[in-house]
Write a protein that binds this ligand. Structure first.
Ligand SMILES: [Zn+2]
Length: 65
């Protein structure tokens, strides 16, 4: 067969990736993904601190017999 460069497509939106792009996602989707991770990280941190407060409060009073 010919040694045509393999055309790859973005895993997310299906758009054609440039041959220099070694990632599975196009630039757009990578940016989106990074934003999502950032958002998710912030949410997770908030949730974790909330859980910590609940646990601490639970230990401090409510659950005592
Ligand atoms: Zn994409």
């Amino acid at each position: 067969m010919s040694d045509k460069p393999e055309i790859r497509y973005c895993k997310k939106c299906g758009c054609e990736l440039t041959s220099t792009n070694k990632k599975k996602l196009c630039e757009n989707c990578r940016r989106d993904k990074n934003g999502l991770i950032k958002k998710f990280g912030t949410g997770a941190a908030a949730l974790a601190s909330l859980a910590f407060v609940v646990i601490t409060k639970g230990k401090g009073g409510g659950l005592k017999k």
